[in-house]
Design a protein. Structure first.
Length: 196
């Protein structure tokens, strides 16, 4: 990962990330299990039009505070689409999307397909995030995993859609570094908004 050339940009992102995580945590704590499941089904409904246009969908296994794209991924698989998940060979490698169910624990303790599963380039990538602004600038976890692969995925024609809870959409702009790839849209239980 390249070190930011402007120290205040990095500081602004650290502050925004901390505030966005706190807002997300507070929102999640306010939900009951049934409420959360219902909202994740609404996310799947919001994604239906994009899934219907896609042959290969890249998703992710959510962290506890992230919205789950798994109902959308299940719907995609039932409609005949290939589903794929990020897979890391080790802590130093970039992830690749591998087709199949996430059945093995990877080096970052997230489930992923077996490393011998076929590599695919999704038409649609569901991108996790901490926050997103109205221009599609994404704030991730801060490790740069997606920053290092989103550009390549777009070169292969992928539509990049951030997914999250509606509270993760910020009114203020997120400072962008030169390696940030603007997302094409944002999907939440409240619906789908396209930026590009």
């Amino acid at each position: 990962m390249v070190v930011p050339s402007h120290p205040s940009l990095a500081a602004d992102k650290v502050t925004l990330r901390r505030e966005a995580r706190e807002q997300r945590r507070t929102f999640i704590e306010s939900l009951g299990r049934d409420d959360r499941g219902a909202l994740e089904l609404k996310l799947a409904d919001a994604l239906k039009p994009l899934i219907a246009q896609s042959r290969v969908i890249g998703g992710y296994c959510p962290l506890p505070s992230e919205i789950s794209p798994l109902p959308a991924m299940e719907a995609a698989a039932h409609s005949g689409s290939v589903v794929a998940y990020p897979a890391f060979a080790d802590h130093q490698s970039n992830f690749r999307f591998l087709a199949g169910d996430p059945t093995e624990s990877g080096p970052w303790a997230c489930f992923q397909p077996p490393l011998d599963a076929p590599e695919v380039f999704p038409d649609l990538v569901l991108v996790p995030l901490v926050a997103i602004d109205r221009h599609g600038t994404r704030l991730g976890q801060g490790k740069g995993h997606y920053d290092r692969v989103l550009g390549k995925l777009r070169e292969h024609g992928a539509l990049l859609i951030g997914v999250g809870w509606s509270v993760q959409k910020l009114d203020e702009e997120i400072p962008a570094d030169h390696w940030d790839v603007t997302l094409d849209g944002f999907a939440s239980p409240d619906g789908l908004e396209m930026y590009r």
